[in-house]
Ligand binder design. Structure first.
Ligand code: ARG
Length: 576
């Protein structure tokens, strides 16, 4: 049940009675005031201007024809033409009861279309760092939301396991084989840095690197074997991070850059045949007139170097073609940072020109900003290095542990470990997911690990409190979901509407790829609960009917909080 959608639909129907053209759409939104239980319809003003009618009159005429009989108790038009819908409590309670008895709170399944989410995608031979946090957790949250809504969603972890750096890594490895005692991710990262430097400064080394790369691309066993080792060491490590972060990516979701290698030659040939690519100075290049380089000239994208090596863009072109042809993707969403905006735009442009996908397929780049420190600079170590994700997670768990111990010195060790890991991980994730992804944000431990304000602790705590209220009552779930819900005052109606707004918030978050919409919703719901519970301490109520009623509302709040937190990959706890 999506309140926004119903009101929009009925308003549009009313507009049609007056022959208002279809492209005038009503703009429906809940009242901004927390305690005013109404929805407002805008957009009539705009259309009355264009139709040369007096807006108040037109709005009144339309309002009279909006068929929301059992939903609204009154519809009032305010000057200069805002239509306000006030809800009927009986309808609200029926909807709530329905939610109580249906699985997934009665939120309907959508048509199943294939959506691919490209996210996390770290590079091989490096430890995941803070820079990978946003893609990983925003992508995973959107995966969970779309899955909940019934879409067929594929996760694609497009890891960087191919390209020139593997030539250098292999060259470094074979040159230093005798000295290398052990390969783990820490060492790999060192090799990566050294080999990169050597490639740039030492001609012999770079020649040998290119040779190793070609051996790898030609599938020579000796090279493939070591490369596979590099990849598996990285993947095994990353899987541990995903597990700690409560991120659903598993090994089966890995479709790294190397996966597309066998398609690349054919694509280059095809792009040449279609006159999209041409040879310039021995390189195969696509000139894109839609893009200019720094000098204001048409930009040329190299898709194959003269030494036979393919590039990052070539792989992304092949990858889209594969996802469309083989995985039947109707939509591909990329969670990749702002800096790759141009790269993806170009790739999208090329696949359209080459007709590699149907025009209807949606290609979306859901870009995001950076994480900054208190000084507004990129969030790095004092020495200017990237902060490892594992370090950040462990630090948050440790800080949470100290906070719990301050409140409860006697907590048992296993409980402490369990709780601190859920709270610590949740705090980092929530602080990120609650920000609009398109902007940078400042990482601040004090704000993140707090029981006050828009934080994970605040929401998790609301859930825990409701859980403990239920522990102290003897009403069971079946009984509560069979009893009629009666809303007697403004606060209760307010909670009712908030609960019913869950669906429209999920839909909005899923459309825009913005989990912060869910976070904001959960925070508002948790705040309403705290306010309500401070006013009506349910457990002490002598009036049984009232008690049952309030417990029903609390049960719905708890269910909504739990589902919502799961959507953003955060666990609930039953004690704190
Ligand atoms: N591995 C890349 C990086 O770390 C991100 C890959 C994003 N996905 C893609 N299909 N290009 O920058």
């Amino acid at each position: 049940m999506n309140i926004k959608k119903i009101i929009s639909l009925k308003t549009r129907q009313a507009m049609s009675i007056f022959n208002i053209p279809k492209f005038y759409k009503p703009i429906v939104h809940p009242s901004k005031d927390k305690f005013l239980i109404k929805y407002q319809i805008n957009g009539i003003l705009n259309c009355s201007k264009n139709l040369n009618t007096y807006s108040l009159n037109l709005s009144i005429k339309i309002a009279n024809k909006i068929n929301l009989y059992n939903i609204s108790k009154k519809i009032i038009v305010y000057n200069p033409g805002f239509i306000n819908i006030y809800f009927n409590n009986k309808w609200l309670s029926e909807q709530l009861l329905l939610k109580l008895s249906l699985p997934k709170l009665g939120i309907k399944k959508k048509k199943s279309i294939n959506i691919i989410i490209d996210y996390s995608s770290p590079n091989v031979a490096k430890e995941m760092h803070v820079g990978h946090l946003r893609s990983t957790i925003i992508g995973d949250s959107i995966f969970k939301i779309l899955k909940f809504l019934g879409y067929k969603v594929f996760k694609a972890n497009h890891i960087g396991d191919w390209g020139q750096q593997f030539g250098s890594l292999l060259a470094y490895y074979f040159k230093n084989k005798k000295k290398i005692k052990k390969i783990d991710l820490k060492n790999l990262e060192k090799f990566y840095k050294k080999s990169n430097k050597n490639y740039k400064t030492n001609k012999n080394f770079s020649k040998y690197s290119d040779y190793c790369l070609l051996q790898l691309y030609n599938g020579k066993k000796k090279y493939i074997k070591i490369w596979k080792k590099f990849v598996s060491i990285t993947i095994n490590y990353n899987q541990k991070i995903y597990k700690k972060l409560n991120v659903s990516l598993c090994k089966d979701d890995i479709f790294g850059e190397s996966f597309y290698h066998n398609y690349l030659s054919k694509i280059v040939i095809d792009l040449k045949k279609k006159n999209i690519a041409e040879i310039i100075n021995g390189n195969t290049v696509i000139k894109l007139k839609e893009f200019n380089n720094r000098n204001g000239n048409i930009m040329g994208i190299i898709i194959k170097k003269k030494n036979g090596i393919f590039l990052y863009s070539t792989i992304d072109i092949a990858c889209i073609k594969y996802r469309f042809e083989k995985l039947k993707a109707k939509e591909i969403i990329y969670y990749v940072d702002n800096r790759q905006k141009q790269h993806l735009k170009q790739v999208f442009n090329i696949v359209h020109k080459a007709n590699y996908i149907d025009k209807k397929v949606k290609l979306k780049h859901h870009h995001f900003g950076m994480i900054l420190n208190n000084n507004g600079k990129p969030f790095k170590t004092r020495e200017g290095n990237n902060i490892k994700l594992n370090y950040l997670i462990e630090k948050s768990i440790k800080k949470s542990k100290n906070m719990i111990l301050k409140k409860n010195i006697n907590i048992k060790k296993d409980k402490l470990d369990f709780l601190s890991s859920i709270l610590g991980v949740g705090a980092i994730k929530y602080s990120d997911l609650s920000k609009n992804r398109t902007t940078n944000y400042v990482f601040n431990w004090n704000k993140i690990l707090s029981f006050e304000g828009n934080t994970s602790f605040y929401i998790q705590y609301a859930y825990t409190r409701i859980f403990s209220i239920f522990k102290n009552t003897n009403f069971n779930y079946n009984y509560l979901s069979s009893k009629k819900i009666i809303l007697k005052n403004k606060n209760e109606s307010n909670i009712a509407i908030k609960i019913l707004q869950f669906e429209e918030n999920i839909i909005e978050a899923s459309k825009l790829g913005m989990p912060h919409i869910i976070c904001r919703y959960l925070y508002d719901l948790a705040s309403l609960f705290s306010f309500f519970y401070s006013k009506y301490p349910i457990l002490y109520s002598k009036n049984n009917i009232k008690k049952i009623n309030n417990l029903q509302l609390l049960l719905l709040i708890a269910k909504t909080l739990k589902i919502g937190l799961n959507m953003i990959g955060i666990d609930t706890v039953t004690f704190m």
